[in-house]
Design a protein around this ligand. Structure first.
Ligand SMILES: Cc1cc2nc3c(=O)[nH]c(=O)nc-3n(C[C@H](O)[C@H](O)[C@H](O)COP(=O)(O)OP(=O)(O)OC[C@H]3O[C@@H](n4cnc5c(N)ncnc54)[C@H](O)[C@@H]3O)c2cc1C
Length: 248
């Protein structure tokens, strides 16, 4: 099999990329070892996917390379995605100012991306694992459970490490290392905190209680609710500050 572009990973990034490459006239294949495309999208936003935020701006992203967000957001704005979902007839609601969620289900966003791939002529093969990636002449060769696939270009869109039960792997990082790219240490972000034994016991009785908080760490401060859970602390303020906090 020979393709202009092979995308590894049928998540939000891979499907969006495959559709764009297809519209640009490339022969595109998406492979994913999971049995379903866009599994992480389905669980996003409590099952209704917060698919964009109208106030999206480079300053709201954490990155070792802040310029990446500046150039990406110059080329693709929240309004572009809103217009895309409207083209596909997705109904949505603005929950908090600027935060747009599907009115019905996150399945709608997966439907949009799969339809875009179909319209762009991109093929998708699920339950397909990639065991090897190597240079082959001017292009790349993939060894997969479907056999050998040659591609002019390979896009690695295998996502981050969170929720391995949804198919997440460190494959992208391994490939980066294989081709000599520097990989920075990874750490969790936008996650709840778990409390250790004594604190957990003290907080247990409050599980389910949400309180207004102002939470600070380093130069960041979030004034949003905090939720006590049976394992520790969650809610918007704690999820936000988790991206800044480091153990120790
Ligand atoms: C609980 C939760 C709620 C969230 N809510 C929101 C929200 O409301 N709004 C929002 O914008 N974001 C939300 N996010 C974040 C968002 O879901 C992710 O940022 C996004 O889905 C990541 O997309 P991705 O394509 O980069 O990666 P993924 O969705 O992880 O896709 C990667 C794909 O690659 C495949 N893959 C991995 N390794 C291999 C391999 N070796 N071979 C073949 N295939 C492989 C995986 O099976 C997967 O399908 C949420 C995340 C979580 C966990």
């Amino acid at each position: 099999m020979v393709y202009d572009v092979v995308v590894i990973g049928a998540g939000a990034a891979g499907l969006m990329c495959a559709a764009q490459a297809g519209y640009a006239g490339r022969r595109v294949l998406v492979v994913d070892h999971a049995n379903k495309a866009g599994k992480k999208i389905l669980m996003s936003g409590g099952g209704r996917c917060n698919f964009t935020n109208l106030d999206t701006a480079p300053g709201h992203f954490y990155s070792e390379n802040p310029y990446f967000c500046i150039s990406a957001l110059k080329r693709y704005r929240p309004e572009h995605f809103v217009s895309l979902v409207e083209t596909h007839g997705v109904e949505y609601v603005e929950k908090a100012p600027g935060q747009l969620f599907c009115a019905d289900s996150a399945k709608e966003i997966v439907r949009v991306l799969l339809t875009e791939c179909e319209w762009a002529g991109a093929e998708i093969k699920l339950s397909t694992s990639v065991s090897r990636l190597e240079r082959q002449g001017e292009g790349m060769r993939l060894t997969t459970s479907l056999g050998t696939i040659d591609a002019g270009v390979v896009v690695v869109a295998t996502g981050g490490l969170s929720i391995p039960t949804m198919g997440a792997t460190g494959f992208g990082y391994d490939i980066a290392r294989q081709f000599g790219l520097e990989v920075l240490p990874t750490r969790p972000g936008l996650v709840p905190f778990t409390l250790s034994d004594s604190w957990k016991e003290r907080a247990a009785g409050l599980s389910g209680v949400s309180v207004p908080t102002a939470v600070s760490c380093k130069e960041k401060r979030f004034v949003e609710p905090m939720l006590f859970t049976h394992r520790g602390l969650s809610g918007p303020s704690m999820l936000q500050i988790s991206s800044v906090w480091e153990p120790g």
